[in-house]
Design a binder for this molecule. Sequence first.
Ligand code: NAP
Ligand code: ZN
Ligand code: ZN
Length: 347
Amino acid sequence: MIKVKGIAAFSTTKPLGPFSFERRDPKEHDVVIEIKYCGICHSDIHNVRSEWFPGIYPMVPGHEIAGVVSAVGSKVKKFKVGDHAGVGCFVDSCRECDHCKEGLDQYCLEGNTLTYNAKDKEGNVTYGGYSNIIVVDENYTLKIPQSIPLDKAAPLLCAGITLYSPLMHWRVGPGKKVGIMGLGGLGHMGVKIARALGAEVFVLSHSDKKQEDALKMGAHHFIATKDESVFKQYAGKFDLIINTVSSHELNMSNYFNLLKLDGTLVSVGAPEKPLTIHPFPLIIMRRNYAGSVIGSIKETQEMLDFCAKHNITPEIELITPEQINVAYERVIQSDVRYRFVIDISKI
Ligand code: NAP
Ligand code: ZN
Ligand code: ZN
């Protein structure tokens, strides 16, 4: 077994703190990654606080993992020691269902193995990236292009792919008007990727504090939604809106009304409490309401290569492990610019 140093949540309410544990020795197809950086996703907070389902404690969160390969199993073909490697939200799937066979392993019909707060096929609890070492099957490990610094690569593994996947699925490109609801970790990646795809990009933000940042990131327009008159002004304009908001406190009819005939609003934000939806604004313009979860391993690799090619990296604030609890509070206050990344060397 490999001894690992981590940071864990011990209950829904106590602050996160140091936790030592063990990981399996590498099997034939495993890579051992020395973790250098791990992003803080709002999902970490939902999980730590058991907002979606009862968590498994101690819980080592973290699914935006970037590091360097330090050992490989005897049959590993895709990685060698010294390679830059990444791990996202899941570390295994059934590999046999129709979705897995089609390369849509994020929608595995058996349910994939989440990177943390889950049990793997052997029934062992999975521990995430707020730790210095992880052992993952090579088929669920990503290659991080050399041109992307590891600290900036980390948030791509969840925030990046969660926006890339719906932007690709709904064929965003030149001539399309795209709205991004919420300029946080996910939202700001959506702005950068949608811009690189050639769309006209609008940020829909509940504060007016982020306008300058949004335009610098590549948004063409910034809409502060606290002024409700904007919903009339922009009614019927959008082809696609992606909702990254972590809160349920949204008047969804206002946002549906921003869509054109046949336009689509995709929820990726996953609030603790349900959203209230009235079907009328969908009915009257044949609008669509959809959801999307992260992306497949194949698509995540494609996204990393796309970001390298287009020079896309997240805006990050590097923190030490001791600052995680303060960072969580700042994420909840929408005061993150725009992703906290933990420097794991300080663990
Ligand atoms: P984040 O950095 O906290 O960003 C969320 C943004 O939502 C905030 O920056 C804020 O943007 C907006 N917001 C927050 N509270 C609001 C409120 N009361 N009313 C209106 N807007 C509000 O979070 P994140 O890491 O990007 O994650 C966002 C959500 O996506 C979380 O629920 C997370 O669990 C989920 N998620 C889903 C997937 C998936 O696969 N579907 C993957 C990763 C994460 P403004 O200040 O600009 O309004
Ligand atoms: Zn995430
Ligand atoms: Zn499957």
